[in-house]
Design a protein around this ligand. Structure first.
Ligand code: FAD
Length: 383
């Protein structure tokens, strides 16, 4: 792994721990996870035991007490494995919603479990009728005494079959526009009738990821599960976390591109055509030179973003630039790399095929790339 300028010896040591854990634990699981379409709770607990789930959570809640750059190290190490089934990013975001906006009681109640892996987090925003247009969500939470009654449905929820702590985006005041949006935390261990997990969606890629539907039918949730003490804060809470969420997608893109270059170099050095190794053809060499250059540029972009994030200078426009450019570049790189594999690249026997199918969604979730460009354009022309 190349060491970024923002990395200290502690980051390097932490990266070693994450890498050793993943190289020990992933290989024996991948085939089964692909077949079943989800990652078991036991794996989360093992990751929690080695400190991967809560590096940036304060020690008083069971975490490592470090900053978010340590999470960045974990994302980079994980994405370099080529696996995408483990919904680590969403879990991390859920924990930071609670850390950032939860009351002291909520933090004490939920964070230790998210750090240990006893709890698996999910973020439920998207609905069948509203994706990009978040403000038009139809899920309602009606206050009734000391409870909320939640009704509505969510779709495409990462960790949807396995999560037991859901940050559900609802409307507590449908007439108040974005000021009527609230996040309510649903503990599925306590959710009675009124909560149902729907289909695990069949997808083009990310076969090990349990992207699912969730249904709420007058689900009764204690009022103290409203994230933060005041309702109507949900939109603000979402917007404030989105920059980090989009940066995570950048980490995932970088790791996947590094892996694509590595497996392709391996392949073209071994495969022969016309009495030559593929790597001896000028086209192969030029394509790989282009890919290697793009990876370097992406790495520099990501490193600068992390440095700015640390300095508190990372804003939503820069995050939107990262999200669309990193994922567009990822898709171009995996396409070029697959082409260099010929027909074998189209079979699931070669890792480039999975890198290719998994890459496509990166341009869609976390805000589509079109929405990212719209955000950037608005910053260029605020009027
Ligand atoms: C594998 C996967 C995992 C996901 N995980 C989660 C999760 O954990 N939690 C969650 O809440 N959601 C999740 N999502 C949902 C994801 O965030 C949405 O799919 C995404 O925001 C787009 O919404 P949509 O699918 O409804 O598309 P739409 O909003 O219907 O968009 C369709 C097309 O129209 C374009 N479009 C829409 N509005 C505009 C506009 N104003 N200007 C220009 N073009 C526009 C879009 O760019 C897109 O090309 C996940 C999705 C997938 C596929």
């Amino acid at each position: 792994m190349k060491h970024a300028p923002w990395m200290t010896d502690d980051h390097v040591a932490y990266g070693d721990t994450v890498r050793h854990f993943l190289s020990r634990e992933l290989p024996g699981n991948l085939e089964r996870w692909t077949a079943q379409g989800y990652v078991e709770a036991e794996f989360w607990r093992k990751a929690g035991d080695v400190g991967i789930l809560g590096a940036s959570i304060p020690e008083c809640y069971g975490g490592g007490g470090l900053d978010r750059t340590f999470d960045a190290v974990a994302f980079l190490e994980y994405s370099r494995t080529g696996d995408t089934g483990w919904g680590l990013g969403v879990h991390n975001i859920a924990a930071h919603y609670i850390l950032g906006y939860g009351t002291e009681e909520q933090k004490t109640r939920w964070l230790p479990g998210l750090v240990s892996g006893e709890r698996i987090g999910a973020i439920a925003i998207t609905e069948p009728g509203s994706g990009s247009d978040m403000k038009s969500i139809a899920t309602r939470a009606r206050k009734q005494g000391d409870h909320y009654r939640i009704s509505g449905s969510k779709i495409f929820i990462t960790n949807g079959q396995t999560a037991n702590l859901l940050c559900v985006v609802t409307k507590t005041d449908p007439g108040a526009g974005s000021r009527g949006v609230s996040i309510i935390v649903v503990d599925t261990n306590e959710a009675g009738e009124g909560f149902r997990r729907g289909r695990k969606l069949k997808k083009l890629g990310m076969q090990r990821q349990d992207t699912s539907e969730l249904f709420f039918d007058e689900l009764s949730v204690p009022a103290e599960n409203l994230l933060g003490a005041v309702d109507g804060q949900g939109f603000y809470q979402l917007m404030h976390q989105l920059s980090w969420e989009r940066l995570i997608i950048g980490f995932m893109a970088l790791g996947a591109c590094e892996r694509a270059l590595e497996v392709t170099l391996d392949y073209v050095k071994g495969r022969r055509a016309f009495q030559k190794r593929l790597i001896e053809f000028q086209n192969t060499r030029f394509k790989l030179a282009e890919v290697a250059t793009k990876v370097e540029v992406l790495r520099a972009f990501v490193d600068q973003a992390v440095a700015d994030f640390l300095a508190g200078k990372y804003d939503g426009t820069r995050a939107a630039m990262m999200k669309w450019w990193a994922t567009q570049t990822q898709c171009e790189i995996v396409d070029e790399c697959l082409q260099l594999h010929g027909g074998y690249g189209y079979t699931m026997e070669y890792p480039i095929a999975e890198l290719y199918t998994d890459a496509r969604v990166q341009k869609i979730y976390g805000g589509t790339n079109e929405i990212m460009k719209d955000l950037i354009a608005r910053a260029l022309d605020p009027n």
